[in-house]
Design a protein around this ligand. Structure first.
Ligand SMILES: NC(=O)c1ccc[n+]([C@@H]2O[C@H](COP(=O)([O-])OP(=O)(O)OC[C@H]3O[C@@H](n4cnc5c(N)ncnc54)[C@H](O)[C@@H]3O)[C@@H](O)[C@H]2O)c1
Length: 252
C-alpha cells in the first residue's frame, strides 16, 4: 500500500510549477488529488500526466481572488470525495512594482490571491481536516522572511501566510490537525520566467534573492518536501516553516 492510499489531497496552483509537481507526487504516493487552478489548459495537462501514470485525480477550475470560488472548491471536493486529508495551498502571483505603482487595488489583489484565499480554503476545510486528523501545507516564500525592494505586495502577503499558518497550528494541534509552511526560493517555474519587473529598478537591491553560482531548481525538488510534511514521518511537525532555497536566505 502507498503512503497516501485512501487519502484525499486538495492542491491549488496545480496547473503549473510546484503545484503541478506536488499534485503528481501526492497522486503517485496513492492520494486522490483534487487539482485546482484558474488555468484550465494547465490543469488538463496535470490531469493527463496523473492519469497516464494510473493515479487518481479530479480537476477543479476556481479563482483564488474570489471568496465564493474558494468556498465552492472545498465544497466540491467534499461532495465528490467525501473527505479531505491534505490541503496544499500553492497558487500564487508575483511581480515587482515601485511603491507608487502599488495601488490599493493592486495590493488587495495580492492579498486576495496569496493570503485571503489561503484563509478561506483552510477555514472551510478545517472541519473536514479535524475529522481526518489531516494537515495543511501553505506556500509562503523566502521573501516572507527576507523582504526586498519593489516587492511590498508580494512580501506582505507571504509574511501573512506564515503568521496565519502558525496561528492555525496552535489553534488546531489539539485536534490532530498539523499546519506547516514551505518557504521556497529559486525555483525554475513559469512564475519566475515571466516575472514583472519595475521599470528602471535597481537590481542590486534584490540581489540577495539569487546566488548566481546556484542554478534554479526544478519544481520537482519541492514535491518530496510537501510529501514529507503530509506523511506520518512528520506527525510531530507542526507550525514549522521549511525553507527550500539551497541556502540562499541562510545569510539572515
Ligand atoms: N518559483 C519560486 O522560486 C518561488 C519562490 C517563493 C515562493 N513561491 C511560491 O510558490 C507557489 C508556486 O509558485 P510557482 O513558482 O510554482 O508558480 P507558477 O506560476 O508556476 O504556479 C502558480 C499557479 O497559481 C495559479 N494561480 C494564479 N492566480 C490564480 C488564481 N487567481 N486562482 C487560481 N489559481 C491561480 C497559476 O495559474 C499557476 O498555475 C506560489 O505561491 C509562489 O508564490 C515560488
Amino acid at each position: 500500500m502507498k503512503q497516501f492510499t485512501g487519502k484525499v489531497a486538495l492542491v491549488t496552483g496545480a496547473a503549473s510549477g510546484m503545484g503541478q509537481s506536488i499534485a503528481i507526487r501526492l497522486a503517485g504516493d496513492g492520494a486522490t488529488v483534487v487539482a485546482a487552478d484558474i488555468d484550465t489548459e494547465g490543469l488538463e495537462a496535470t490531469v493527463a500526466k496523473i492519469r497516464e501514470a494510473g493515479d487518481q485525480v479530479t480537476a477543479h477550475h476556481y479563482d483564488a481572488a474570489s471568496e465564493s470560488s474558494c468556498t465552492q472548491l472545498v465544497q466540491q471536493a467534499i461532495k465528490l470525495h467525501g473527505q479531505l486529508d491534505i490541503v496544499a495551498n500553492v497558487a500564487g502571483i508575483a511581480g515587482f512594482y515601485h511603491l507608487h505603482e502599488t495601488t490599493t487595488e493592486l495590493f488587495e489583489r495580492y492579498l486576495a490571491i496569496n493570503l485571503t484565499s489561503v484563509l478561506v480554503i483552510c477555514r472551510e476545510a478545517m472541519p473536514h481536516l479535524k475529522e481526518s486528523r489531516g494537515c495543511i501545507i501553505n506556500f509562503a516564500s523566502i521573501n516572507a522572511r527576507m523582504p526586498v525592494a519593489y516587492h511590498a505586495a508580494y512580501d506582505a502577503s507571504k509574511a501573512g501566510v506564515l503568521a496565519l499558518t502558525k496561528s492555525m497550528a496552535q489553534e488546531f494541534s489539539e485536534f490532530g490537525v498539523r499546519c506547516n509552511s514551505i518557504c521556497p526560493g529559486g525555483f525554475d517555474t513559469p512564475m519566475n520566467k515571466n516575472l514583472r519587473w519595475a521599470e528602471g529598478m535597481d537590481f542590486k537591491l534584490i540581489a540577495k534573492l539569487h546566488n548566481p553560482k546556484i542554478p534554479m531548481a526544478h519544481p520537482d525538488r519541492i514535491a518530496g518536501v510537501a510529501a514529507f510534511l503530509a506523511s506520518e514521518d512528520a506527525s510531530h511537525v507542526n507550525g514549522e516553516q521549511i525553507i527550500v532555497d539551497a541556502g540562499v536566505s541562510s545569510i539572515i
